[in-house]
Design a protein around this ligand. Structure first.
Ligand code: 2HA
Ligand code: ZN
Length: 270
């Protein structure tokens, strides 16, 4: 079967990276059934032939008007599709969509009429926000990391930056590679407009990764691999914390002085 990716190396590289990350999410146990979502703004690697390509679906309402997305293209995981299937067959478990000129409808351009994730309005709202901010971030990843979600069941970790500081202090790399820490969004109904708005508010407070209490995390990054890396780094710290606790002690964590030394040496914010 012909694919929109045929002969398009830059676009294929983007989709291959999505498939690679989807495989990691599954093997880490963070993507049960259809859990999680990935959307990537691929507009930069779309050529004129794709722009002229007829759609393979009728226009579908996004449900919100997103003025900065006119004519933009996104790869989106399909609704009810499994990450583990997407890892092997990204164009059968996700699709490339084009946002129409009215900024409130999309159509599917390839490869198959796979309807995008039910979280599309919130993911696209985040992309609209990122473009408005002048950000070069292109990817958003939502997943269900076991150890981070477990920590979100303890209210003491949900106060502003308490969890960020604890996770940073578990291993120096966490602050180095996730210097903005972990924003917290209190529990809200999945797929709701409220959850999308609260996520954008947290991103606007300068977080790249946001914890959705008792649900999962949402990360944005320049590309899908970097968004994944931040979640992976935070998760590593959570596992170190959990393993110390399961050995029968609460880990000390790096001292404030050691954290300050790290931040100064590597020019980190906060
Ligand atoms: O779409 O994880 O929160 C699958 C989800 C929704
Ligand atoms: Zn979820």
């Amino acid at each position: 079967m012909n694919s929109i990716l045929d002969g398009r190396h830059d676009l294929k590289r983007e989709i291959d990276a999505v498939a690679e990350v989807a495989g990691y999410l599954w093997t880490k146990g963070w993507a049960e059934r259809n859990g999680g979502n990935i959307t990537v703004n691929v507009t930069d690697v779309i050529d004129d032939d794709i722009r002229k390509m007829p759609a393979i679906s009728a226009p579908v309402s996004i449900g919100v008007e997103l003025p900065l997305l006119k004519g933009k293209y996104f790869y989106c995981k399909g609704t009810n599709r499994r990450m583990r299937d997407l890892a092997r067959k990204p164009m059968e478990n996700g699709s490339i969509i084009r946002i129409l000129d009215d900024c409130s409808h999309y159509e599917i351009v390839g490869d198959m009429p796979v309807k995008p994730t039910s979280e599309l309005p919130s993911h696209l709202s985040v992309h609209n926000y990122l473009i408005g901010k002048g950000s070069d971030y292109k990817a958003s990843v939502h997943t269900h990391p076991i150890e981070l979600i477990a920590m979100s069941h303890n209210p003491k970790f949900l106060k502003k930056d308490v969890l960020s500081k604890l996770l940073w202090s578990m291993i120096p790399e966490t602050k180095a590679f996730c210097p903005r820490g972990l924003g917290i969004v209190p529990y809200m109904l999945p797929s709701s407009v409220e959850l999308a708005d609260a996520t954008i508010k947290a991103l606007d407070e300068d977080y790249d990764v946001v914890m959705w209490e008792k649900h999962g995390v949402f990360a944005v990054g320049p590309d899908v691999m970097e968004a994944f890396d931040m979640i992976d780094t935070l998760s590593k710290s959570a596992i170190i914390y959990r393993d110390a606790c399961s050995m029968g002690f609460i880990p000390d964590g790096m001292t404030d002085e050691q954290m300050r030394e790290m931040s100064a040496a590597f020019n980190l914010p906060k």
